[in-house]
Design a protein around this ligand. Sequence first.
Ligand code: TYD
Length: 144
Amino acid sequence: MKYNVGDCQIIELDRHHSDRKGDISVVENGIEVPFDINRIYYLYDVPGGVDRGGHAHRELYQLILAVSGCFTVVLDDGVEKRSFVLNRPYKGLLVKPGIWRTLEDFSSGSVCLVLASEKYDESDYIRDYNEFMKYRKNDKVSGS
Ligand code: TYD
């Protein structure tokens, strides 16, 4: 059993609003996201026209947020593709394991914040699309 793009969704975070002082949104382990956060990284200074991502993960869960600016995330489960425009800091995209993702159309000055369930592990990546399609067609549980 593997996840499909339909299992990935936008999570809208609460906004704690102060009049004329701005807003705060919060992510806590196991509350807003269905995993424990073990790593945070962020992507910035992405030149116009450049795509990022272009890989899948075997085990990793991620919440991807546009904390500033705007970009598009394209998810692909080998059968179906879905695009999500992230353009508000309180709207995160939950990406489950086994989904190919590409990040594109970064606006100038945008910052992509990623909350991830595991520490960096290159062996968790599938970077070759043909290998990804083989992985999707193989019905074994992810990571096995
Ligand atoms: P990668 O995940 O391939 O970037 P993207 O998918 O956004 O294009 O990461 C690019 C490089 O950054 C990778 O080769 C190694 C390094 N990196 C780390 O060292 N630790 C990390 O947590 C991440 C996400 C990347």
